[in-house]
Design a protein around this ligand. Structure first.
Ligand code: ADP
Ligand code: GLC
Length: 487
């Protein structure tokens, strides 16, 4: 089966969040199952530099007013997965974050930048002369790839089957309708039965409307986005397409997130080896300048700092937990100015119990995951969430909001859950009181070392490997091809 995967960020080339982890791991897992997979992404400078075995494969011409562009083929790391990069300097030769300028605002030409991503994905599906290869399946990820199936629909002809994955419905790529012309899409698409969203263009809606199948990244989130609370205005459309919508839980990449192989750790340890983990706690406390006290409950956050992630709850609860309940805190993240300031002020006041790193650091993320006792993720919405699964693997007990993929991956130690025995702490509601109460429950259990270590060791054995998830995607692709009378 030939599959073209398209995404706007791919680990380890360019990453702002979990989408990159998924786009970097899923193709490798599909390849291991025998699929012929290629990956398409914008040719950001970091991606062009990091791709190995680069060669120019096609001249893409000048479309959507984007200036001259070429298709460059490389490899994803030392894997055999071909990586197709759209080398379009006018749109992508910009340093830093793939979506934002240095002022922290979206690049004003993002519709064109990601329009070209969808446009090129669609061309690769229809024009075999570009690469000598044509996919059976086009699988686009998130709003940045949402226009690909719209172009295929606009152009007509025999096209591959299309799958579109929603990683987060709160980010829709909504733009002024005047962009329609530049995007070379027909006027008729600007309709409720098309890509129109409250008189604007929604790239995410285009992906949902024009794809054969829609997936999202957990079964619970697949249900939630059909309801007004989490549907962000697309709940009606998704309910209408319920038969074509499914939730496939993400996996985690064992080559990257595994304490036994983790090159960022000085003290590697086998998943479940709590003595090995204890050495990482001491090392982390030393690195962060926290008192090296094994008996203090070390809480951690590694996150985008915003209200979806419930970071206001963490800011609210920290003073009490640090001052009155002998907890420590290690935070790593970045986000809106208000949240960054909120955390910084706390760090200034509680420097003896709290360490904070505002910014992005892959090595520190791994060391915090290995050194912390509990991982805080009180999200209000969480399509899947990867960090709570990394926490489980690293023997760090997750404290999570009762939403989306968090429900599907973490079972409360008191109330049990889908995986049987409890693995962490699930908030009863998304409030500061509930977060404090969950941390205090964790703190009480933490004193019972035998029980704590038993749970942490059992968590490390839970299977969240990509193999299972990739198999489900392959089954979906196969059923889609069968229903179209294809392979
Ligand atoms: P989301 O994609 O919504 O941000 P996920 O849990 O799916 O949430 O994935 C977040 C990913 O980004 C994880 O791999 C996590 O380790 C990483 N991450 C988030 N913030 C940082 C940061 N400040 N530094 C390093 N890694 C980070
Ligand atoms: C999004 C979601 C997150 C999910 C990730 C990968 O960023 O917010 O929950 O884990 O995509 O699918």
């Amino acid at each position: 089966m030939r599959i073209l995967l398209a995404a706007s960020e791919v680990f380890p080339l360019v990453k702002t969040g979990g989408l990159a982890d998924v786009a970097g791991a899923l193709p490798l897992a599909l390849k291991r199952l025998g699929a012929d997979v290629r990956l398409l992404m914008p040719g950001y400078p970091a991606a062009l530099e990091a791709a190995t075995h680069r060669r120019i494969v096609a001249d893409l011409g000048d479309h959507l007013g984007s200036g001259p562009a070429r298709l460059i083929e490389g490899r994803l790391g030392d894997s055999k997965v071909p990586l197709l990069l759209i080398d379009c300097p006018r749109l992508y030769a910009r340093p830093g974050n793939p979506y934002l300028g240095p002022d922290g605002a979206d690049w004003p030409d993002n519709p064109r930048r990601f329009g070209l991503l969808g446009f090129t994905a669609a061309r690769l599906c229809m024009d075999e002369s570009l690469t000598g290869w044509r996919p059976d399946i086009l699988h686009g990820h998130d709003w940045q790839c949402g226009l690909a199936p719209a172009y295929l629909s606009a152009w007509g002809g025999v096209r591959p089957a299309t799958v579109f994955t929603i990683h987060n419905i709160a980010y829709q790529g909504v733009f002024d309708p005047s962009w329609l012309d530049f995007l070379e899409l027909p006027e008729r698409m600007m309709s409720v039965a098309g890509l129109e969203y409250y008189a604007s263009i929604s790239f995410l809606k285009a992906g949902c409307w024009y794809s054969d199948k829609i997936t999202t990244v957990s079964p619970t989130y697949a249900r939630e986005i059909q309801m007004p609370l989490q549907g962000c205005g697309l709940e009606g459309l998704l309910r209408g397409r319920a038969a074509d919508l499914s939730g496939i839980l993400n996996g985690i990449d064992d080559a990257i997130w595994n304490p036994a192989k983790d090159s960022y750790l000085t003290h590697r340890y086998k998943p479940g080896d709590m003595l090995g983990k204890a050495r990482n706690k001491t090392a982390l406390q030393r690195e962060l300048g926290l008192p090296m006290r094994p008996d203090r409950l070390l809480m951690a956050v590694i996150s985008r700092l915003n209200d979806h992630k419930g970071m206001d709850l963490v800011i609210h609860c920290l003073p009490d937990l640090l001052m009155h309940h002998h907890c420590q805190f290690a935070g790593l993240g970045s986000g809106s100015a208000a949240f960054e300031t909120g955390f910084k002020e706390l760090a200034d006041h509680h420097s003896h119990h709290m360490a904070l790193h505002i910014g992005y650091s892959e090595p520190l993320a791994h060391r915090i995951m290995a050194g912390a006792d509990v991982f805080l993720m009180p999200s209000r919405a969480e399509p899947c969430g990867l960090t709570q699964m990394y926490a489980l693997k690293y023997g760090t007990l997750p404290i999570v909001g009762a939403t989306g993929g968090l429900i599907d991956t973490v079972a409360d130690t008191e109330r049990g859950g889908p995986k049987g025995a409890g693995s962490g702490f699930v908030l009863e509601e998304t409030t500061p009181k509930a977060l404090t109460s969950a941390v205090l429950r964790a703190s009480a259990l933490f004193k019972d070392k035998v029980e704590w270590n038993r749970i942490a060791a059992a968590n490390a054995g839970l299977d969240f490997s990509w193999g299972q998830s990739a198999r489900q995607y392959l089954d979906l692709y196969s059923s889609l091809l069968r229903s179209r009378g294809g392979a």
